[in-house]
Design a protein around this ligand. Structure first.
Ligand code: 4AZ
Length: 272
C-alpha cells in the first residue's frame, strides 16, 4: 500500500529524480526532519488547511489522506492538479465515491472537524502534466465550511511574493524523505527564494524545468525544511495570505534543490 502511494504521489517527479540519478530517498535530511524539518501545527491556527482523502483508494490507517488542500471560499478548496491525476486516483475524481475534504482536524486518527464530500473538480485546462506547469485544481464542496476557515489569496505583485519573505508550508506528508507519513498536521518555516535559485536547480534538459511565470520557488537556504511527498496541494502562506501550493521538487530538504510551488496568483482564474 505504502509503496504504491509513494509512487502515485511522486508521479512525474519520480521520473526526474531517477533521471538525475538522485532518488528522492537519497537526499541528506536532518535527523529531526519532519512536512521535513517542521513542527506540529494546531488546526485552529491554520483552519484553511484540509486533507484530501479517499479511504477506498488509500486505506483507512491515515484516514485516507493523500494530498493537501486549502479553503479559499466556504465551498471552494484549491489543490494541485497532479493530485487528481489518473495515476493517483485510479480514475476520474467523480469516480472516487468517498472523496472528501477533511477540515478542522489535525490528527488523522481523530474525529474533530468535518468531512465534506466533493461535488465537482475543475482542473486548470492549462495544467501540463509533463512540465508540471499550472499545477492547480479547484474542488467544490457539497456543503459550506465556516467563513472563518477561509484564507485570502495574494494577488500578483503582493509583497508576500517578494524573495526573502518568510513563508509557512503545511501538510501531512513524508517527514523524512523515506516514506514516514505524518499522522498529524505539521508546518515548516521556509522562505520565498529568487526564481534564479530554482532555475539553477531545475534547468531542464534531464528533468522538469522551473518556469517562473507559473511556479514559485521556496525553501530553506540551509536545507532541512521543505515540503515532501504527500504534502502536494497543501498551502504555502506568507504574510497571512496564500501564495503557493506544494507542487514538486527533487528530494526533500536539500539546500540545493528548493521546493517548487504553484504560483497561485498567476494560475488561479479571476472568477474563483
Ligand atoms: C511530491 O512528490 C513532492 N520537496 C512534493 C514536494 C516536494 C517534492 C516532492 C518538494 O509530492
Amino acid at each position: 500500500m505504502r509503496g504504491s502511494l509513494i509512487r502515485a504521489l511522486t508521479g512525474a517527479l519520480g521520473l526526474i529524480t531517477a533521471a538525475a540519478g538522485q532518488l528522492a530517498t537519497a537526499g541528506p535530511v536532518a535527523a529531526d526532519s519532519v512536512v521535513v524539518g517542521g513542527r506540529p501545527a494546531r488546526i485552529t491556527d491554520a483552519p484553511w488547511v484540509v486533507a484530501l482523502s479517499s479511504r477506498d483508494r488509500f486505506g483507512g490507517t491515515r484516514a485516507g489522506q493523500f494530498c493537501g488542500g486549502v479553503v479559499v471560499a466556504p465551498t471552494k478548496v484549491l489543490t494541485a492538479a497532479h493530485c487528481l491525476g489518473r495515476e493517483v486516483l485510479g480514475g476520474e475524481p467523480w469516480e472516487v465515491r468517498d472523496f472528501v475534504a477533511i477540515a478542522g482536524r489535525a490528527a488523522l486518527s481523530g474525529h474533530e472537524g468535518q468531512e465534506v464530500r466533493i461535488s465537482d473538480a475543475w482542473v486548470n485546462p492549462d495544467y501540463d502534466p509533463t512540465t508540471n506547469s499550472g499545477d492547480l485544481a479547484v474542488l467544490t464542496l457539497v456543503s459550506a465550511l465556516p467563513q472563518s476557515y477561509v484564507i485570502g489569496v495574494a494577488r500578483s505583485g503582493d509583497a508576500a511574493y517578494a524573495s526573502g519573505t518568510e513563508a509557512d508550508v503545511y501538510g501531512w506528508g513524508d517527514t523524512t524523505g523515506n516514506g514516514a507519513y505524518a499522522s498529524a498536521l505539521r508546518t515548516a518555516r521556509v522562505q520565498v527564494l529568487p526564481d534564479s535559485a530554482c532555475e539553477r536547480a531545475y534547468p531542464g534538459g534531464f528533468g522538469v524545468r522551473y518556469q517562473r511565470g507559473t511556479m514559485l520557488c521556496a525553501g530553506d537556504p540551509r536545507g532541512g525544511k521543505d515540503a515532501c511527498q504527500g504534502d502536494s496541494g497543501g498551502p504555502l502562506v506568507a504574510k497571512g495570505l496564500l501564495v503557493g501550493l506544494v507542487s514538486w521538487g527533487s528530494g526533500c530538504g536539500q539546500a540545493e534543490n528548493p521546493g517548487v510551488y504553484t504560483r497561485v496568483s498567476a494560475v488561479l482564474p479571476e472568477h474563483f
